[in-house]
Write a protein that binds this ligand. Sequence first.
Ligand SMILES: [Zn+2]
Ligand SMILES: [Zn+2]
Length: 328
Amino acid sequence: MQKERYGGIAWTAIAALMLFGWAATLGSLAAGRSESPTRSQNKDQSPSAAKTQTKVVLLGTGTPRPFPDRSGPATAIVVGERAYLVDFGPGVVRRATAAAEKGTPQLESTNLKIAFLTHLHSDHTAGYPDLILTPWVMGRTELDVYGPEGLEEMTKHVLEAWRRDIEIRTTGLEQRHALVVRAHDVKPGVVYQDERVKVTAFRVPHGQWPEAFGYRFDTPGKSIVISGDTSPSEEIVAHCQPCDVLIHEVYSPESVLSMPNYKTYRAKYHTSTSELAEIANRTKPGILVIYHTAGRGPHGPIPDDQLLREIEKTYHGKVVIGHDLEVH
Ligand SMILES: [Zn+2]
Ligand SMILES: [Zn+2]
């Protein structure tokens, strides 16, 4: 076994921590799988409103395209004092800090301790070294991350890539405490539960990815479903029956991509505005929040009102086009 050290912790110790996390996850998986989702099912169990108040903070609503006003995909579910991240696209920690300064102190970098990953595409993971390292340098003690198969491997490689930095910061004059990251490759089902939230992962179809997840969050105040990247998904329909907030990706059929056969690619990987309208009609969320908008037409970015018009042709519920740092 390799004996490289990461911030004072032997890799063997990190691997052991990962295994422990995996075993714990299996336990919660078995405990929670049989429960069927309902809207705000825990609404009456709240010990006090402030402790469990839930809000959704959009940290990054973009795609691989580096729009300056749309950071890489990242969403925060904030319940009481705690924050839970879904995805960590580029810019995640700075957007979280901006959200903290705008009135959500739960998103201070040192509070970013629990994250869930939808899939391993780079636009959703290019902020992973940032999420691992920046809050640690600022004093965060540990990080737990849950996601599809391949997350543990990616975590190991990120730690290895930054090995020299971690060594200098822990053994040099900075005297940082040990870096503790526990990555958990999980399977669909209940993957995480604490006194504030239950998190259920479900499989979504995303082209050739063997495993991509959407997530449902049940808190005492809200039920929230987030699609990740997906073509039209029956699992999303099944997990929002109903839900308070459905956060869903979309593309406009008017938008274009610089790749051959992009229409075939998109049909297998993503959801069009008309397909999303149909999903919304079948799920009737309290609010539909659009993110991960692939929106560049032949004459420039697709405007929000065009996306809305396309969806509202057949869906008449509450829908908003999400932007970075909005709170829902
Ligand atoms: Zn994406
Ligand atoms: Zn993707």
